[in-house]
Design a protein around this ligand. Structure first.
Ligand SMILES: [Zn+2]
Length: 269
């Protein structure tokens, strides 16, 4: 059984994504015989090939919202996963605007690709779905469009992906108990935006959640100019928690950060 988190992209915004200064293929989680592709933005398949992810092996696709850098390749990954619909399989979990469209936007998901899936599930924040050993909790996110985060709860570890959100006291609470926190820290500490986190917000959330590992990702041009590594260091200094600045192709073994596993081990000694 493979347990792995692979970052197929760490960029945000047209300045970064347009030139692929950082890629935008989302995050792939391998857990308990499932391959879960989160937020397949542009370059998903090219990045999957580069980092030895077989798109045919994907079984679950999670899309947090209908911004291009999170969902553009949703049809492409469904096509690759199902051989263009010949092998109807996989589950898509997303919100209403991705699947059915919103008032001023048609849905990103095409009718054809919807039919290639074994199942699609439309969820709102604070709901749950489960695929075998992996529970998928949707969480509230405060963004410019309908958006949600995901908390993947498995027997050994929990991984939280907050997606695009601003800070509010509610955000951290939903992710208490997570071993690994993945935060889209778009902006560095000297800049603020209405719809996304900056370094100071990340410090607040990490201090509240106290995960074993935090990964910052989804960097704007401004953040890249400030060097995410330095920003991660300042978060680490402020929170005293382990923090990593993601790079394209970063892989992590979530079992290494499992608090449950540690508790089990302690019992034996
Ligand atoms: Zn967004």
């Amino acid at each position: 059984m493979k347990h792995l988190i692979t970052f197929l992209g760490t960029g945000q915004g047209p300045m970064v994504i347009g030139k692929q200064i950082r890629a935008s293929g989302g995050i792939v989680v391998n857990a308990y015989d499932h391959q879960i592709h989160i937020d397949p933005g542009p370059s998903s398949l090219a990045m999957a090939k580069k980092y030895y992810i077989n798109p045919r092996a994907t079984s679950v696709i999670l899309v947090s919202h209908s911004h291009l850098n999170h969902c553009n390749d949703v049809n492409t990954v469904i096509d690759a996963m199902t051989f263009g619909g010949l092998d109807k399989k996989g589950i898509l979990i997303s919100n209403n605007s991705l699947v059915n469209g919103s008032e001023n936007k048609p849905p990103y998901l095409t009718k054809f690709h919807k039919n290639c899936l074994e199942r699609f599930i439309v969820l709102k924040p604070n709901q749950k779905a489960a695929v075998d050993n992996v529970e998928i909790h949707t969480t509230f996110a405060k963004h410019s469009v309908e958006c949600m985060g995901f908390k993947l709860v498995t027997p050994e570890y929990a991984i939280s992906y907050l997606s695009d959100t601003t800070y509010s006291a509610e955000i951290g609470k939903q992710h208490l108990g997570s071993d690994i926190l993945i935060l889209n820290v778009v902006n560095p500490d000297n800049s603020k935006s209405k719809y996304n986190l900056n370094t100071e917000d990340a410090i607040r959330i990490i201090s509240e959640v106290q995960p074993r590992l935090s990964v910052i990702t989804h960097f704007s041009e401004q953040m890249l100019n400030q060097d995410p590594l330095m920003q991660a260091r300042s978060i680490n200094r402020a929170t005293k928690r382990q923090v990593v600045a993601a790079k394209d192709g970063l892989t992590l073994n979530p079992r290494t950060y499992s608090s449950k596993k540690r508790q089990q081990k302690l019992r034996y000694y």
